[in-house]
Write a protein that binds this ligand. Structure first.
Ligand code: NDP
Ligand code: 8X3
Length: 265
């Protein structure tokens, strides 16, 4: 089944760490060709090298800030070049993974910071929209393509201190559903993969570099790894063209809900 991805072009946003970096290696291992974007170019180039070492015939990196329309447009000009724009038969983009995002802060609304709220909505919601708008012309007319958006359990359940992040990920779910309706009949698939607790740089970013606070989030339980989530991405993207995984929730066994977590300590 994963042979279906061999030679296909897979674009991953937020590929410099966590899920995106693990996805680059996992898609590389099944022979996909990769287009990787994030703000930290040096990290991204290192991930591209790892993906090639894992088996990717090609893995290219380019700086991308999904919060800025100019940056998204420059990134897609580069993508079109990689796909052979200008040639008689440019190649299509087969898989788009909208993964760039994250949370900032865990403040209750009463103490919330405009800059945190704005960044969360810019990356998780508006960034996803901008990237998808730019990618669609490269996918339409090529049935079987996949748009895979990374949501979260936070889009399903609210928690204290998570108002803006939960709103952003609920927004991602609704964008996914709207796109699924808009693209019905094109042969393109639109999917949401919604993970629970996974140990990446997510909490380090949320707590603005406070490594001790980030570590405590996962204390006493076995969280998901980035590789667990990347494996699910490869599975979703490698279903036969008539199969669309509309939504998948993936959580650590110890996490029954955002509030019900079994910790052994
Ligand atoms: P990481 O912090 O490890 O990775 C986040 C990635 O997003 C980085 O590559 C970062 O790259 C990129 N990114 C952030 N802002 C931007 C931007 N403005 N433009 C382009 N890229 C950006 O966290 P995860 O891997 O855990 O997070 C990946 C996705 O998964 C996010 O959408 C997150 O909300 C979601 N998620 C995470 C869960 C978890 O528990 N870890 C659970 C559920 C969902 P750079 O800084 O180089 O730009
Ligand atoms: C990340 C998972 O539960 O911290 O999306 O919101 S959670």
């Amino acid at each position: 089944m994963q042979d279906r991805l061999r030679g296909q072009w897979v674009l991953i946003t937020g590929a410099s760490s966590g899920f995106g970096a693990a996805a680059a290696r996992a898609f590389g291992a099944v022979g996909a060709r990769l287009l990787l974007g994030a703000r930290r170019l040096q990290r991204l180039e290192q991930v591209a090298a790892e993906a090639r070492a894992a088996g990717a015939p090609e893995a290219h990196a380019h700086v991308l800030d999904v919060t800025k329309t100019d940056s998204v447009e420059a990134f897609f000009a580069w993508v079109r070049d990689r796909l052979g724009a200008g040639r008689a038969h440019p190649e299509p983009l087969h898989v788009l993974i909208n993964n760039a995002g994250g949370a900032l802060g865990l403040d209750p609304v009463a103490e919330g910071k405009d800059s945190d709220w704005e960044t969360m909505l810019q990356t998780n919601v508006l960034g996803l929209l901008r990237v998808t708008r730019a990618a669609l012309p490269l996918m339409l007319g090529h049935p079987g393509g996949v748009i895979l958006n990374i949501g979260s359990v936070a889009g399903h359940e609210a928690y204290e201190g998570g108002a803006a992040y939960c709103a952003a990920k609920a927004g991602e779910r609704q964008i996914t559903r709207a796109l699924r309706l808009e693209l019905c009949g094109t042969g393109l698939r639109v999917c949401s993969l919604d993970p629970g607790m996974a140990e990446t740089e997510f909490s380090l970013v949320r707590f603005k570099g406070d490594a001790e606070r980030a570590r405590k989030v996962y204390e006493g339980l076995q969280p998901l790894t980035a590789e667990d989530v990347a494996e699910a991405m490869v599975w979703i993207a490698s279903r036969p063209p008539h199969v669309c995984i509309d939504e998948m929730i993936i959580k650590p066994t110890a996490q029954a809900s955002v509030h019900k977590i079994h910790r052994q300590c």
